[in-house]
Design a protein around this ligand. Structure first.
Ligand SMILES: [Zn+2]
Length: 409
């Protein structure tokens, strides 16, 4: 009997979250205002916000943070929009979504509807997350819920591409509020069944090779920047990497040379290295740098008689540190429970998101879906389907409330 009680107690503690009338009220609010929140998502998506050009969307979110009643709303030095909802404790759980879209300035962000789908670059990634932030604040206020932790809502810059997580990097690294921030939820992606508790580490390099150039026939024997680049790639392309922890490399861009009958003076490589395990990523990085060194040395050795050489320069252009919030961490367990409570079968996984940064600092962090269905993120064909999308903000809201409980199953 005692054992039975012990086993069921944590579950009961969670279910009492669902039984609280104010929690029911907040969940009902999200369902009832589903269409309003979709309209809000579309308004946000239509304001262009390429990485490094988020200011216009930030000003809009600043107004929206004020409209929903957040306190001390500000745009910080990095361009992140911040708004507070005080709780019983001054320790803050950050709830964030990213402002930026993975497109160049000038992209057409007009939203169009075809059948049951809404199309626009960034309609799901991460306009859905930004709309979910506002929806959650409205629901908490409507139901007059006081949370255990203070909530800091953030619409952050710099998640995509070469933004290199500079929004959350500033928030946790330099912002005057950083000492108060003890946990982090990013709303990014759509499915409330997918809980990202692992941050895939990413390092990106640009390698530039420069040589003497010359006529392809007349100066044959001189080293070529393109040949050296090819030798580097041929070494990288055969490197063995573990399948688990998943570790990958890719030469995403290879440019060089000017014309068919000239020895190439210049070549560049853009290389993306990733791993679920920070140690494996470091190992891969060393092997990659060794490939660069050996490729250049090989080309120069082949053309030694010419007395001229190719030189290389490499630069780390992006670094997203990796790591994992343990599956038994209270925040992960709260998210698992909330996903089930909203009718999903949750799974844990790895991705490269804003959560990477707090995770690398040992701060519990998860990335959760904003609801609905979507695909083709980072392409002009990105679409979003809003069926049952209210379950996204419901799931995040329940995660916040369950995380505040002393007992989580
Ligand atoms: Zn995103």
């Amino acid at each position: 009997m005692a054992l039975l009680l012990l086993l069921t107690l944590p579950l009961l503690a969670q279910d009492t979250v669902l039984q609280r009338p104010e929690v029911r009220k907040a969940l009902d609010y999200l369902r009832a205002h589903h269409e309003d929140h979709l309209a809000s998502q579309i308004r946000i998506a239509e304001i262009p916000a390429p990485t490094f050009h988020e200011a216009e969307r930030a000003r809009y979110m600043e107004k929206e943070f004020r409209r929903v009643g957040l306190k001390d709303v500000e745009i910080d030095k990095q361009g992140n929009v911040l708004g507070w909802r005080p709780g019983k404790s001054s320790k803050a759980l950050v709830v964030a979504a990213h402002l930026d879209i993975s497109f160049a300035p000038g992209v057409n962000t007009k939203v169009r509807k075809e059948g049951s789908r809404w199309f626009a670059p960034g309609i799901g990634d991460d306009s859905r997350g930004l709309a979910a932030l506002l929806a959650i604040v409205e629901a908490l206020n409507d139901a007059a819920i006081e949370t255990g932790k203070t909530l800091l809502f953030v619409a952050n810059v710099g998640e995509e591409g070469l933004g290199d997580l500079n929004g959350v990097r500033y928030l946790f690294g330099q912002s005057p509020h950083k000492a108060k921030l003890d946990s982090f939820i990013s709303i990014d992606g759509t499915s409330p069944a997918r809980i990202v508790n692992g941050g895939t580490g990413v390092k990106r390099y640009r390698v530039t090779l420069r040589g003497p150039g010359g006529h392809s026939y007349g100066n044959f024997g001189r080293p070529s920047a393109v040949h050296a680049a090819a030798l580097i790639v041929s070494k990288l392309a055969v490197l063995p990497v573990p399948a688990k922890p998943k570790t990958t490399y890719n030469v995403g861009k290879f440019t060089g040379g000017t014309t068919i009958n000239a020895i190439a003076e210049e070549a560049t490589l853009e290389v993306d290295l990733r791993s679920e395990d920070p140690g494996e990523l470091d190992k891969l990085e060393l092997k990659f740098l060794e490939s660069v060194r050996l490729g250049v040395a090989e080309e120069n050795a082949l053309r030694k008689a010419s007395g001229v050489a190719v030189k290389e320069e490499h630069k780390l252009v992006s670094h997203r540190p990796g790591g994992q919030t343990a599956a038994d961490n209270a925040l992960v367990r709260a998210a698992m429970w909330a996903s089930k409570a909203t009718g999903h079968t949750p799974s844990l996984g790895y991705s490269s998101t804003d959560s990477n940064l707090p995770i690398s600092l040992g701060i519990p962090a998860v990335t959760l879906g904003g609801g609905g269905r979507g695909n083709n993120a980072h392409s002009l064909d990105e679409w979003f389907e809003p069926a049952d999308a209210f379950k996204g903000p419901q799931m995040v809201l329940l995660t916040i409330l369950a995380y505040g409980q002393s007992r989580i199953p």
